[in-house]
Design a binder for this molecule. Structure first.
Ligand code: ATM
Length: 227
């Protein structure tokens, strides 16, 4: 990871230093829920004032959209509608919660963000990453996460874990090929922007994954605070 300055990623400079924006990503079954708690604790240990949130969701409207998007027994959605609803929830999330938090100096830890749209809609559902890039630019302008932690595992392993967890949602019913495509896009994006991404092998024993996540967060905090 390279040096950060504390100018807002939206191109404007704020009087006070803004907080950092950290996102956790990965396909189903990589242990994201457990590792969100590990990352949260690492940020609290670093005495960061923190907003923890998730996508789709994070606001009242966003959580309502989440129900529409994830309910496997709900009304069918076209791929375009699904993608636009993801970004509608994101637009509201940015407006109501993420940008205000960053601008007042809080740190934001988010369970999924736009990388999930690249992975799931762009690659999994094969909408194409170019379409996602257009929406990203429109909804986020220049704002990008400062750190994206990708929990990575072979879909064969991850999906076995996910299925043992109980009832599945609309995405968890997808094919192995879908998750291979999604995983590849996560890895491609990490490779294209190594300064903002950290890939952690989620097939390691749980304790080792947790240690890697905590160390990645602590390293990022140190670097951010030094810059
Ligand atoms: P979680 O299960 O990690 O809370 O995520 C909800 C689902 O939303 C997830 N799939 N499953 N199960 C991935 C999906 N999703 C997208 O398809 N596109 C997006 O942009 C986001 C944020 C999530």
């Amino acid at each position: 990871m390279t040096e950060h300055n504390h100018e807002a990623n939206d191109g404007t400079r704020h009087d006070t230093e803004r907080g950092a924006f950290i996102v956790l990503e990965g396909i189903e079954g990589v242990g994201k829920t457990t590792q969100m708690a590990v990352a949260e604790q690492a940020l609290k240990d670093a005495a960061k004032s923190l907003v923890c949130t998730r996508e789709p969701g994070g606001t009242a409207a966003g959580e309502a959209l989440r129900s529409v998007l994830l309910d496997k027994d709900g009304a069918p959605l076209s791929l375009e509608a699904e993608t636009l609803l993801m970004f509608a929830a994101r637009a509201n999330h940015l407006h109501e919660k993420i940008r205000p938090a960053l601008n007042r100096g809080d740190w934001v830890l988010c369970d999924r963000f736009t990388d999930a749209s690249y992975a799931y809609q762009g690659a999994g559902r094969q909408l194409g990453v170019a379409r996602i890039a257009v929406l990203e630019k429109w909804v986020q302008a220049e704002l990008r996460p400062d750190l994206v932690i990708i929990l990575d595992a072979e879909p064969e392993l991850a999906l076995t874990r996910a299925k043992n967890r109980g009832p599945v949602d609309r995405f968890e019913q997808e094919s192995l090929d879908f998750f291979h495509r999604a995983r590849q896009v996560y890895l491609d994006r990490a490779k294209a922007h190594p300064e903002r991404y950290a890939v952690i092998d989620a097939s390691m024993p749980l304790e080792a994954v947790s240690q890697a996540v905590a160390a990645t967060v602590a390293g990022f905090v140190h670097q951010w605070d030094q810059s």
